[in-house]
Design a binder for this molecule. Sequence first.
Ligand code: HAM
Length: 415
Amino acid sequence: MASSQFQPIQGMSDIAPPDVYIWQMLEARAREVFARYRFEEVRTPVLEKTALFTHSLGDTTDVVTKEMYSLEDRGGRKLSLRPEGTAGSVRYIASGAEETANARIYYMGPMFRCERPQAGRKRQFHQIGLEAVGAPNPLADAEVIALQINLLSAWGLEGAKIRLNTIGLPEERAAVLEGLREAIRPRLSELPEDAQQRFETNVLRLLDSKDPIVQEIIADVPSVTELLSDESRAYLDTVVETLRGLEIDVEIDTSLVRGLDYYVHTVWEVVHDGLGAQNALSGGGRYRIQIDNKTIDGVGFAMGVERMIAALEATGVTAEQFAPEPAVFLASLGETALKENLLLMQTLRQRGVACEMELTARKIKAQMKRANKFGAKTVIIRGDTELEKGIFVVKNMEEGTQQEVELPELMELLI
Ligand code: HAM
């Protein structure tokens, strides 16, 4: 490919045919599933005040401290490209009156994180996600997880697993963090430098560290669940029981913590073996975000579209399977037929038939070649003789047969 000084930024890509067909399928089926659960779409801006994200996601999280695309606009305002969809959704919900108190919203669109590009990690990636507002209720968490299961099967993905955990309530957080620090402290000096920093700023993140030294030390530390109150453990138990009642299997993973600070109670990830190290197809959980003097409680998840596609492709699905149906091709012989065919094409298109034709008079052989390339199943051939007789030659490209029909029959065949 010719190199150009205007190529897209590393980690950001064009999404074009045939790949885009699988994107369109995922989006269309997600809309169907969301509508069945009565979620409605909200499209929030891609650019927001940086403070929205630092405040909602937590100002010590990696996403906020290392990964945001931030800029100052001409008025000196500090802005960031959204790294995820929950903060903007909650801002929208908090701005509303009562009608948003039980809002159920979904979103689809690009998110931006300035991470080191690697397999499964893009700088512009896409999420399909949703948020259900409402006070903590294990049944609400189970309902959203059940929705996600339906979504995965509507998308045709087999073999995805749900890992579930609880991180308890904000009022217990201090005790949990202290419990963890106490257990780790005797071996603090053995931790790598960045992990020692995490020990102070965000000790929970040590639990899902990939560093073998950290993992070895963490292995002897009590799990978050053990450090939580009975109430929080009971909440998790109810979520799991409710899911069992819905015949949904989940795996409890006490090392699962999430990279964003707003979570309370239930957190989960959907993972798939078809992916490499970045095996999370989706992240989600229950959260509590304080915004404009309002406390928004909710539960939701976001699927990573690129990773979803990688998982589908690992199971043999291809984008071409979702290519649009080949159109009808109109072949013309002579200038008069060309004009008449243009009129016929307009009528057919108005009535919902996808058609194509050559707009310059060319040899029939060249036109048939183009029809083939196009994947047309049907070719309508019309020259001056057919025009005079008021008939159309309809060629079935798959069977190689052809027949002569009049206009009413043609319409019946195509519409
Ligand atoms: P998250 O786990 O940060 O959660 O992201 C959700 C999903 O987005 C990930 O599981 C992954 O599939 C995808 N993803 C994240 N970063 C990248 C990247 N750099 N490249 C490709 N895909 C990526 C959230 O964003 C929360 N807002 C989810 C949520 C909604 N929680 C409650 N409601």
